[in-house]
Design a binder for this molecule. Structure first.
Ligand code: ADP
Ligand code: MN
Ligand code: MN
Ligand code: MN
Length: 382
């Protein structure tokens, strides 16, 4: 008998889903994936949902291999199930934009990052900042802006605690976990390694990885990439991370402060340079850019985390290598400042700056756009 009248609290349902997913025998599917490779191409369309943080995806079959995103058909989905439309007028449209190899299906199969447009196929969905980002990057292209993101994140176990943490209480205090090695220092390295290789297979510009201060939290770096490419690559790297962790029955959290108290938060530092900053004497341009950024601090804060920036308030406390949410600061080698000039950049007299304010769950289309608007375009009207 099926007991349909028992309503489970949603947290418990979440937990059951996670355990179920982790408990499936992962070797069974291999029998089917080993069938003769199909002639058709499977393409996974990826987009951002109404939360502005969540990723959604669905697959379709094509008869031939696309060479670029332009070769792919426009598609649609039910926006009433993603927090983006009413049920009575629910069609949203996917415009394929950035094409990658698929590390899960391998071979000629693809992943594609999409723009989401409303039913009129003209206006972007509220959570789609890719179009305005592309416009800003296009206007700023003479400056050849480069961006590199540091994506910090935390593995969450089925029990709802960070992976590897004791069921009761806390692990030992921070200070020995950052870039750590050893079973008592880092948790989840297999997932990190799987993600790193999967990103390289896909063609993502992933620059490296390291373990972070808080046990079960890690970082990978994307870039440097020119213009909008940094954001496309970061979003697809996030997709790949969620998908790899799904295979391990682990959830990836981009919460900017996953554990309250004396534990590090998770950021999305954005390293930035223009052509002039990278040339001899570029430190002058870096300092000019910092002066411009100092006048727009609160606007940037609002664009650097969900909920008008409010999500970042738990993280930007001025402690644990963070700066103040309300006051702008900068400094050479200073990790408690809004903007840091790396020591080696200062010594070389050229290079890049690091904006340390963006939260781990930032939208890179907004972060990079805010930076070029303030420092290059001097125009805040998207
Ligand atoms: P941190 O010391 O803050 O942990 P990371 O080494 O994690 O720094 O990240 C710095 C990132 O900056 C790297 O991904 C690197 O590729 C990138 N980077 C290097 N040069 C530039 C540049 N000229 N413009 C933008 N990003 C750059
Ligand atoms: Mn880093
Ligand atoms: Mn870090
Ligand atoms: Mn950093």
């Amino acid at each position: 008998m099926v007991m349909m009248d028992v309503i489970l609290p949603s947290e418990l349902v979440q937990k059951i889903i996670m355990e179920y997913s982790a408990d499936l025998d992962k070797s069974v599917v291999k029998k089917y994936l080993d069938l003769t490779e199909p002639e058709q191409v499977q393409v996974m369309y990826i987009w951002i949902d109404g939360t502005g943080q969540g990723l959604r995806c669905k697959s379709r079959t094509l008869d031939s291999e696309p060479n670029s995103a332009k070769d792919l058909p426009i598609w649609n989905y039910d926006g009433s199930s993603t927090g983006q439309a009413e049920g009575s007028n629910s069609d949203m449209f996917l415009f394929p934009r950035a094409l990658f190899g698929d590390p899960f299906r391998r071979g000629k199969h693809k992943l594609v990052m999409c723009d989401v447009l409303k039913y009129d196929m003209q206006r972007p969905a509220e959570s789609n900042h890719r179009l305005s980002c592309e416009k800003a990057m296009d206007k700023a292209k003479e400056s050849v802006p480069w961006f590199a993101f540091e994506q910090e994140y935390t593995f969450i176990h089925q029990d709802g605690h960070p992976l590897g943490w004791p069921k009761m209480g806390y692990p030992g205090p921070q200070g020995r976990y950052y870039c750590g090695v050893g079973a008592n220092k880092v948790y989840g390295r297999d997932i990190v390694e799987a993600h790193y290789r999967a990103c390289l297979h896909a063609g993502i510009k992933i620059a490296g990885t390291n373990a972070e201060d808080m046990p079960a939290s890690w970082e990978y770096q994307i870039g440097p990439c020119v213009g909008i490419e940094a954001s496309d690559h970061l979003w697809v790297a996030r997709f790949i991370m969620h998908r790899v962790a799904e295979d391990f029955g682990v959830v990836v959290s981009l919460d900017p402060k996953p554990v309250a108290g004396d534990w590090s938060g998770a950021g999305g530092h954005c390293n930035y340079s223009t052509k002039e900053m990278r040339e001899k004497g570029g430190i002058k341009q870096i300092q000019d850019a910092i002066a411009k950024l100092s006048h727009r601090h609160m606007e940037h804060i609002r664009w650097y985390a969900p909920n008008q920036g409010k999500d970042n308030a738990r993280r930007l406390t001025g402690r644990k290598q963070t700066s103040s949410m309300t006051e702008f600061s900068s400094g050479i080698g200073n990790r408690s400042a809004s903007i840091r000039i790396p020591r080696h950049v200062f010594a070389d007299g050229k290079g890049y700056l690091e904006d340390r304010r963006p939260a781990a769950n930032c939208d890179p289309y907004l972060v990079t756009q805010a930076i070029v608007r303030t420092t290059v375009l001097e125009d805040w009207d998207p």
